[in-house]
Design a binder for this molecule. Sequence first.
Ligand SMILES: [Cu+2]
Length: 137
Amino acid sequence: MSKMPLIALSVLLFFNLAYAASTAPDNAELYFITPADGSVVENPVTIRFGLRNMGVAPAGTQVENTGHHHLILDSELPDLNSPVPSDDKHMHFGKGQTETRLNLSPGKHTLQLLFGDYAHTPHNPPVVSDRITITVK
Ligand SMILES: [Cu+2]
């Protein structure tokens, strides 16, 4: 066995020990205040994030039972054991925002919310909204 796999394994073990997923209460709920599932909307689309039984805190602020919103556009959920990716389909609201306005291409889109902790990682258990479908005119 060469040294490289051993080093890689050590690094993996270190990060697994160093990071434990933040916990969420069983009654936490994440949902869309607007738009409604199945609705037909016009640009810009106002999206409001609803949260019950947890609080919003900016990314980097480690407080129990808090986190920040991620909006997943036209995608499946990412790996729930890793930090949420950051790209066009995985939007972070790390300043603690609870709404956004988007300009979307005409047609059908799916939206889903995924709450993440101070390190952008989903809680245990994960706090996820239903995935909704909207049609943009
Ligand atoms: Cu994030």
